[in-house]
Design a protein around this ligand. Structure first.
Ligand code: GLA
Length: 728
């Protein structure tokens, strides 16, 4: 018998998330997707009955029930949400009974058969008295129509209970016939992959100890052919920067789910009496097309108190300009050029500390090097500040070179499977075990000292340059990735508390640590070490699936790409970089006069439209053929928009047809202006509309439904179009 309501119905921004807890069982999702309207408890009962499977031949006598934890007890045979047990294996298939539901912190009344809420938190408390386990399931709905859930298991017994996995699954309807997620590697982050949703499990497991350049990122199931603008999409995201999983599973019964969990190594979550383990937040990201799915995330991110409020300063990062060669005069010259360009933040990258003159030594010694910085960082910071720019500094707090003072003094602080051997090195480095309190305190204190000595450091680029292999505490041999990940979060939180206003950029060999949990502590991500604009077009396109443009680091680098060897014009580099949190990463003293002048104009253009770029709605047009890529940003009130047309190659046919836009106000009349900068690239063939002497004025409806002829563009060139709605 229930002592709580039978249904909790979240309804927010056109999305319903209806949970039933009949017979005091673990909450099960009756519906997640398009809004159902305000349904009665009676209708919820009918729906619950209506979605029950019929028994297949030779099945158990009652239809299997799929709950948020995918418990076996209800007959479900797919991946379980909870995998665990006591030393003898008992307790592996608990039967939880619901004891209470809290809605926004207050106990729900049993008199309410159905609780309907918009944004809010619903906490379900359950226990299995026979197995001495208790579980708390928290489901949160946000105003933007996204949901997240997490489970916290407590061992109420006298002996220990090992959690091997604790995750959450969300059912998706059977018209979700395709799945899409992301692959990738260093310099090629967020490469989309797509396949049919066949019977079996598509599981993405990560054992990198960081989110990973190959992170599944968002794993979506959707209706046939879903794309940016069409179809229904049900996505899952595991918000965790350590080992984790995301999966899509289709059972022989036809049931389909998407799910997520932390990936725990043996021994990482052994619960003593009264101890608890909490899963990461698992996000349920529904959308009518992938743009809508993205917009909901962006709206959620932007609604947070912690969302960056200050205008995003155009940034110079010196890494590809000087690498490890820290020379005050050279850096001052760079800063001078940067200020000339209108750059607002100067970031000193790797190489300022300890014996770090290359990547073989000194990592982990967070003390300003007297060799390269005999007078400390003050001379460069003061110079940068005097030019009107703010100053940022690179750290890699979780890492250490074996050839460093800290590793020599405390070899026991390095992660290793035992005291006899160290894991294989990555970029000549090992991992500092932040789960050891003394090691954590050491790193924190060194960082704090640098930040206190130099109060004008207002920004940290926080790197993590290797996967964690065999991440364990030497003394015990136990895996410590879980603790390590939480310690990194704690360290970020502590620094934010100690230095209000400090901003942190999440970097991990480029875009290897981008997830919705680290994004709660960081104000920017470094999208990729690959700044080649051709590759960046794809990476930025998909990074925005979770990251709003104002948090996505996009730089203009040298014409010769350091990571691909390709050459690109200043025009294409800028037309690519202006769409995020713009920056420059290039030895500006090598720029030609023309490059410098054009770069300056693009930075000015970015700044002119920065408010729009950083608050507007991102629009990605579906590609009808792969060489033309159109995207843009529309002001929330539809009054203004900026779109880019990029040519990524020669189309199979010429001329290549019309383009249409999306997201505009249908009734508004827009003046369309081509604001592309630089000399017209050779090969640009202006369509008739672009040659007209009078400004082009068109309704949003015409632009979205009829469209205009595409300009003929040389490969790797772009046009930038500005649209402004008439006020009368
Ligand atoms: C990583 C980062 C780069 C740079 C180097 C410094 O590769 O992604 O941007 O900071 O480390 O070593």
């Amino acid at each position: 018998m229930n002592t709580t309501p039978h249904f909790v119905h979240f309804r927010t921004d056109g999305v319903s998330f209806l949970l039933e807890t009949l017979d005091a069982k673990v909450p099960a999702v009756v519906h997640w997707g398009k809004d159902l309207g305000s349904i009665s408890a009676a209708e919820a009962h009918v729906l619950t009955e209506g979605i029950k499977q019929h028994r297949t031949m030779n099945d158990q006598d009652v239809p299997p029930r799929l709950d948020l934890l995918a418990t076996h007890e209800g007959g479900y045979q797919g991946r379980f949400g909870l995998v665990g047990g006591r030393a003898n294996g008992a307790g592996w298939t608990p039967k939880f009974t619901l004891t209470s539901i809290d809605i926004d912190g207050a106990a729900a009344s049993i008199n309410d058969e159905l609780v309907e809420l918009e944004a809010g938190t619903s906490t379900f408390t359950l226990a299995d008295a026979d197995e001495n386990l208790a579980i708390k399931l928290t489901v949160e709905g946000f105003a933007s129509g996204i949901f997240r859930a997490r489970a916290e298991l407590t061992n109420t017994g006298d002996d220990s209970y090992e959690v091997r996995e604790l995750g959450v699954v969300f059912p998706v309807p059977n018209n979700a016939t395709e799945i899409m997620d992301f692959a990738g590697h260093w310099t090629k982050e967020r490469a989309p992959q797509r396949r049919d949703f066949t019977v079996g499990t598509h599981v993405r497991e990560n054992r990198k100890g960081r989110t990973g350049a190959d992170s599944a990122f968002v794993l979506s199931a959707g209706t046939q052919g879903f794309n940016f603008s069409q179809g229904q999409v049900w996505g899952v995201h595991t918000a965790f920067s350590g080992n984790h999983r995301m999966w899509a599973e289709r059972m022989y019964t036809g049931v389909k789910v998407v799910g997520g969990s932390e990936l725990l190594h043996p021994g990482e979550a052994i619960l003593g009496p009264d101890e608890s383990y909490s899963s990461p937040w698992i996000f349920a990201l529904y959308g009518e097309g992938q743009d809508d799915q993205m917009h909901r995330v962006h709206r959620w991110m932007r609604a947070r108190d912690a969302h960056p409020q200050r205008t995003r300063p155009v940034t110079l990062n010196v890494w590809e300009a000087v690498y490890f060669n820290h020379d005050l005069e050279k850096l001052k010259a760079l800063a001078y050029e940067a200020a000339e360009l209108g750059i607002e933040r100067f970031v000193l990258d790797d190489g300022w500390f300890g014996s770090r003159r290359d990547d073989f030594s000194g990592l982990g010694d967070w003390v300003v090097s007297a060799d390269v910085w005999p007078n400390g960082l003050a001379p460069i910071i003061e110079h940068v500040n005097s030019l009107g720019m703010e100053f940022g500094l690179w750290f890699e707090p979780e890492m250490v070179n074996p050839d460093s003072d800290v590793a020599r003094a405390h070899p026991e602080w390095l992660m290793a499977p035992n005291t006899k051997r160290l894991p294989v090195e990555g970029r000549h480095q090992q991992v500092m075990n932040l789960s050891i309190p003394e090691a954590y305190a050491h790193v924190r204190d060194q960082m704090v000292a640098v930040l206190r000595e130099n109060p004008n450091i207002v920004y940290i680029k926080w790197d993590h340059n290797r996967d964690i292999i065999e991440g364990a505490t030497q003394a015990t041999g136990t895996a410590a990735i879980h603790e390590q990940t939480l310690a990194a979060y704690r360290l970020m939180d502590e620094l934010h508390e100690l230095f209000p206003g400090l901003e942190i950029e999440a970097c991990a060999s480029g875009g290897g640590r981008i997830d919705l949990e680290v994004l709660q502590r960081t104000q920017r991500v470094w999208t990729s070490d690959n700044i080649d604009p051709f590759e960046r077009q794809q990476m930025q396109r998909w990074t925005t699936q979770l990251v709003p443009p104002e948090m996505m680091g996009t730089h203009v680098a040298s014409g010769h790409s350091h990571s691909t060897g390709r050459w690109h014009s200043i025009h294409f580099r800028c037309a690519t970089a202006m769409w995020g949190h713009m920056g420059v990463e290039w030895d500006l003293t090598q720029a030609t006069g023309n490059e410098f002048a054009e770069l300056k104009e693009w930075i000015t253009l970015h700044k002119k439209h920065r408010d729009l770029l950083h608050t507007g709605t991102v629009i990605r047009m579906d590609q009808h053929e792969p060489t033309s890529w159109i995207h843009g940003v529309v002001a929330q009130d539809g009054s203004e928009a900026l779109f880019a047309i990029h040519s990524l190659g020669l189309a199979e046919t010429a001329p290549i047809g019309r383009f249409r836009l999306r997201g505009l106000e249908p009734d508004a009349l827009y003046t369309l202006t081509d604001v592309t900068l630089g000399e017209d690239p050779q090969g640009y063939r202006a369509p008739a509309w672009a040659e007209s002497k009078t400004p082009l004025v068109l309704s949003g409806r015409s632009l979205m439904n009829a469209g205009l002829h595409l300009p003929g563009l040389f490969p790797e060139t772009s046009r930038i179009l500005h649209l402004e709605a008439h006020t009368n």
